[in-house]
Design a protein around this ligand. Sequence first.
Ligand SMILES: Nc1nc2c(ncn2[C@@H]2O[C@H](COP(=O)(O)OP(=O)(O)OP(=O)(O)O)[C@@H](O)[C@H]2O)c(=O)[nH]1
Ligand SMILES: [Mg+2]
Length: 311
Amino acid sequence: MTKEQFIQGISNGDIKTLSKAITLAESSIASKQELALQIIEHFGPQKNTFRIGITGSPGVGKSTFIEAVGSRMAGNKKEKIAVLSIDPSSAISQGSILGDKTRMNQLSSLENVYIRPSASGNQLGGIAKNTRMAMLLCEAAGYTTIIIESVGVGQSETEISKLTDLFVLLLNPGGGDELQGIKRGIMEMADIVVVNKHDGDQKRLAEITAKEYSLALHLKLKNKNSWTPKVLVSSSLYLTGIDSFLEKCSDFNNHIHDQWKKVVRKEQMKYWTKKNIEYLLMSKIDGYEEQINQDIDSGILPERSARNILE
Ligand SMILES: Nc1nc2c(ncn2[C@@H]2O[C@H](COP(=O)(O)OP(=O)(O)OP(=O)(O)O)[C@@H](O)[C@H]2O)c(=O)[nH]1
Ligand SMILES: [Mg+2]
């Protein structure tokens, strides 16, 4: 496909073309990535998009929650919703499988919803290095709400907050131990904390947990967006708490009015620029092998050799 064909297809909101463009962005072949980049550049930044990041321990219910929330959002036909689900297991299998793993069967059947599972590559459980490009491509195709699911374990767990406007942390009832596993900082970054599985035997426990978090968060009052973090309970199985979550999402979106969003996104772009420099330098390292060997044989100190190579 040519660049023009990609642009045409994405302008028409054609899902097959969008999927192919995301595959380009995820490719490890530089020329394919370059093409994806040019496509994104053609469209430029999209106004009025809302980016939601959802994270939490494996099995906490992220996908089921997104299915419930997304279906409700999609009831408004003017909304186009894209879900990028980062599948940690595919880091091992090197490929993502849509299957029932995503648990979003109902959502995926809706016309105004696009779901894309994405391999996290070598970044176990974190944001795939090209998730940002995938998100921009979805926005170019007219998706106004982007939901990103990522597992909140591993070193890059907080990266999702560098990618999105709203950062949501899902917790299990009685999830005190869970927070030990999740980096403490993640709690500070959350704009909305949802204690999930507020149903059956765990209902009471979920409420107690929510109260505890609420107290802990109120000591802090305001986070980076001078927004007071909210703590909610929900059950994706019984569809309770979904409406109040959506209400809070909308409050948050109003809170970070355009100007503010611009400032925050600019900060995020700084982060991703540095991150990309890092990726590009890392990908060059193998190419220096011969020079490194020569330098060592010539008795050049590693500290000097590295400087020479980069100059
Ligand atoms: N009781 C109850 N179970 C739930 C709820 N939400 C999800 N589950 C169950 O929890 C299990 C995990 O749900 P997922 O939505 O796949 O969880 P996840 O966080 O996306 O899991 P990973 O993507 O594998 O990390 C499933 O068996 C769900 O049926 C809920 O609100 N209440
Ligand atoms: Mg999931």
